[in-house]
Design a protein around this ligand. Sequence first.
Ligand code: ZN
Length: 221
Amino acid sequence: MIIPQEAKITPCCPLRNSVFVGGQLTGKSSQEIKDFISTKFSVDVSHVLKTLNNPYGHAHFKTENDAGIFYQRVQGQEFAFSDGTKIYFLPSKMTGSNEYTVYKIEDEASTSHQNNLVTTLITLNVGGILYTTTKRTLLKKTKFFSEPFKDFDHNGNIFIDRNGELFKYVEFIRTDDLPKRTLRDNLLLEELLLEAKFYHIQELAVQINRIIHDVGYQSYY
Ligand SMILES: [Zn+2]
């Protein structure tokens, strides 16, 4: 089946994700241009749309941010292939329109903010069971997790040599309330009290003690 030329140049990505590629590019293939841009500027070009006989084309990037950052670097300059073929870049625009795309570039602050959120994710290995949470959550009720840790499993996760099943009830530090299913189980509550003491979560210990002493074991049966 022969794909019509038009089909190949139908926009496949949002206009804002693309940068116009101009110059004396007749005879250069999409792949050659993609390789030139990726190698010279060390950027990740999704693909280049250009027919061999056209002097220009479009380079597509994964996001508007990527296209904008690339365009900032190259605007107003002319570059050359090793054979001397000239190439330059313009913001993309709709066919027949005179309005060039103004790329929205995320400011660095928001980028580094995202990085912070990623890096504060912590995976704990508690007695062989893995828990992933944020450092912020862990530090909410106790200083225990701010201690430097000495034990790590073979994947580099912090290892805590305690009952991993019980640690799931320590989700108290996430929600401020003991999980409902623990409230009628005094044996579980007593085990949790030991965990609360081990992890220095005073609020949890106080809450458990109140439940154990206010409501007798017998009253539930
Ligand atoms: Zn595309």
